[in-house]
Structures are given as structure tokens and as C-alpha cells.
Design a protein around this ligand. Sequence first.
Ligand SMILES: Nc1ncnc2c1ncn2[C@@H]1O[C@H](COP(=O)(O)OP(=O)(O)O)[C@@H](O)[C@H]1O
Ligand SMILES: [Mg+2]
Length: 268
Amino acid sequence: MSAPAASRRDRLREMLADLRLPGALEAVDGVLADVDGGAATAGEAIERLLGAQIALRNNRRLETAMRASRLPAVKTLAQFDFAFQPDVKRERIESLHELGFLGRRENVVLLGPPGVGKTHLAISLAIAAAESGRRVYYGTLAGLIESLEHAKAAGQLSRRLRVLTHPALLVVDEIGYLPVSRDGAVLFFQLINARHERASTVLTSNKGFEEWGAVLGDEVMAAALIDRLLHHCHIVNIRGNSYRMKHHQELRRSMQRSEAGDGPGTES
Ligand SMILES: Nc1ncnc2c1ncn2[C@@H]1O[C@H](COP(=O)(O)OP(=O)(O)O)[C@@H](O)[C@H]1O
Ligand SMILES: [Mg+2]
């Protein structure tokens, strides 16, 4: 590198440090080397520099949001295998991940049997929201009710409800697996009521809406709750097979094939 180029590089490094742009600072040497070597145009260099800083900022945002959100795992849209779940329309799920529903304070309800990817998609929506700088929070229905019960016992229910109304996206996972006490159902109703038309809620359930009365132990309250949820709502029905069982099934099929003498076209 010639002397002026080297001093420009040093000046750029100082400027990026001064502006507190560590992502761009880390990328700048490589970008300049590519420009000097003719491998990148000026426009590409600027794009890469800014891109590196934005990527770093987004990662940090995501890390902070992930810590605060209590998300149980990292699941992304890119990891979702649409070929396995032909019922789930890719365009529809991708368009939900563009997050217009958050701005409109609409809800998303993911329905289907165990293992079909409901939690996966609820989390990937939450991660997309966190990446876009929104506050998100995850809880199972049982966990959220428990936290509301504790708050109520401590005389802090309205405060806890306010806290849970704050996130732009709240995931309420696993409605229907565990029975809910009557008091618990009332607290859940209050939570949905508090968020209604203020912020979006993404819910998952292995039970159809007609069974929510039994899950919540009160048909009238369940109807009022569903009424609020469905007021502005995207419903994703997943009827397919369990992804958890996928490997078991593949194993079984390959065993059946070898029993049948490895003949082609035995797939059922
Ligand atoms: N279509 C899919 N593509 C990739 N992974 C999937 C898919 N469906 C489910 N999984 C994975 O299978 C496991 C079970 O899915 P999960 O979302 O927990 O199911 P559910 O909440 O419907 O019971 C998870 O590890 C999830 O990431
Ligand atoms: Mg689940």
C-alpha cells in the first residue's frame, strides 16, 4: 500500500472509531484492500462498510432482545422446511414475517397438532420483530398465568399487566396442553383485553377454537376472548405431520423398503 493510501486508511479508522462504528471499523481494512485491488467499486465499498455496521447493530439488538424476551430457542424462517409442510403457504408465512401485522396491531393464531412447527413459527416471528428493533416477549400460557398469579398475590397485578402489554409482540405458546384454573383463565382474559388493539399477540394451540371453552373452563369467557383475538387476526392452520416424527417415519419407511426387497416406487 502506498503512503497516501496508508494514511487515508488510518484517517478512516480514526473517523470510524470517533463515530463509534465498530462494525465498519472491523470491515474497513478488507474493503479498502478490495478497492485497491480493483475487486470493489467505490459504491460497493460504501455499501459493505455501512452493511457491516448495520449487521453488527442488528446482532446486538437481537442479543439484547433475546435476553429480555425469554424466547426458549432460536428458530428462524430460513430454518423452516416448507416442503415438509405443504399445507403452509410460503408466501403467507413470508408476508407475516414482513411484520405489517405488528404496525396494524393484528394477532396471529397458529393452530395444529403437536410437532407441526407452531412454536417454531411463533418464535421466528418474534425474532424477526426483535431484529426490527421491536420489544418482544415469550411465555407459555401456563407460565404467563403463573406470573400473573404471583403478581396478583403481591398486589401488583395491574403493574404486571402493564409490563406484559408493553411488548409490540407477545407470544402465548401452548394453549391447550395444560388445564387452566378458572382464576387463571380470568387473568389470561385480562391480559388479552389489555393488549387488544394496543399490540400484537401471537398464540399457538393444539386445540381448535371450539375447544377453548373446555381449556379455559368457561365457554362464555372463551367466546369473549376469541372474539377479541379474532377481531384483527391471521389464522394459520397447520394440518400436517409432526416434524418431530419425521425421522422416525423416514427410518420406518427405509426399513419397510428393505423388507420389500429395495424395490422402487414403494413410497406410500
Ligand atoms: N417445517 C419444519 N421445518 C423445520 N423444522 C421444523 C418444522 N416443523 C417443526 N420443526 C422443528 O420440529 C420441532 C417441533 O416443532 P415445534 O414448533 O416445537 O412444534 P409445535 O409447537 O407445533 O408442537 C422443533 O425443533 C421445530 O424447529
Ligand atoms: Mg409448541
